[in-house]
Design a protein around this ligand. Structure first.
Ligand code: ADP
Ligand code: MG
Length: 263
């Protein structure tokens, strides 16, 4: 059984990509799934948020992309949470330039992951907040994309850029990629704007919008400074429980889909 590879992407920063990756990883691990996070952001937030010191890394995803190390050599267990991390730090910022003259530069991650494919049920890729070569590596490696978004005024406009990019990726390099779901993060159920944007999302994307909504919750924001997923830091917090519900919704969607092969 091959791993399901999910790129968590949105070229906007601060929409909850990293928070989603770390907490979904912990949630899926809690449901007994084997999970690897790939940190593709030079900021290394998913690395730090998993309790791995990014400054002290001898090797990182950067070395994997350049072909100088394998996933097995570089991955580490999260401090707590029961998943693995392919960590990143600032080195990764140089990868884009160094890859320019390399062959198959957009398929580096895909090729590296194919060697550990049978060791995981889920691979979650934390993409940087831009549509650059790193994100492209994430989208080429992935079967599907999970898009976290905040229900604010310009949210839909930002999505159309991402949808256009996905269309190009599908046409040029990865025909199998699809949007797995849109996730509303930092949600305020009392705000009219949240409700309006939710309605627009439903009319554009239908059932691709996750039923699970992640509320704005300070415990989720505190957890990374302890190097822990929110689900480990304070599992009873509303935000943490929402991510556990997301893990359940996601496994129900993806794992029942393969029981009846699509035509
Ligand atoms: P991205 O990876 O898209 O840049 P982050 O996951 O880093 O976004 O989130 C941006 C900031 O918002 C971080 O400080 C994070 O702790 C905080 N945050 C994320 N999700 C929530 C939430 N549901 N409630 C409160 N704060 C959140
Ligand atoms: Mg991030």
């Amino acid at each position: 059984m091959n791993a399901r590879v999910i790129a968590v992407a949105n070229q906007k920063g601060g929409v909850g990509k990293t928070t989603t990756v770390v907490n979904l990883a912990a949630g899926l691990a809690e449901l007994g799934r084997r999970v690897l996070i790939v940190d593709l952001d030079p900021q290394g937030n998913a690395t730090m948020g998993s309790g791995i010191a990014k400054q002290a890394l001898e090797q990182s995803v950067y070395h994997v992309l350049l072909g100088d190390a394998s996933v097995e050599e570089v991955r580490q267990p999260a401090k707590q949470g029961g998943y693995h991390v392919l960590p990143a730090n600032r080195d990764l910022g140089g990868a884009e330039l160094e890859l320019v003259n390399e062959l198959a530069r957009e398929a580096r991650l895909k090729n590296a992951l194919s060697l550990v494919d049978d060791q995981y049920d889920y691979v979650l890729i934390d993409c940087p907040p831009s549509l650059n070569l790193l994100t492209l590596n994430g989208l080429v490696a992935a079967n599907s994309v999970l898009i976290p978004m905040v229900c604010e005024y310009y949210a839909l406009e930002g999505l159309s850029d991402l949808v256009t990019t996905l269309r190009k990726v599908r046409a040029a390099v990865n025909p199998r990629i699809e949007i797995m779901g849109l996730l509303r993060t930092m949600f305020d159920a009392r705000s009219n704007l949240s409700q309006q944007v939710s309605e627009q999302l439903a009319s554009h994307f239908g059932s691709k919008v996750f039923e699970t909504v992640i509320p704005r919750n300070v415990r989720l924001a505190e957890a990374p400074s302890h190097g822990l997923p929110g689900l480990v830091y304070d599992r009873n917090a509303r935000g943490a429980q929402a991510y556990l519900a997301l893990a359940q919704e996601l496994t129900a969607r993806l794992e029942s889909a393969t029981a009846t092969p699509s035509v």
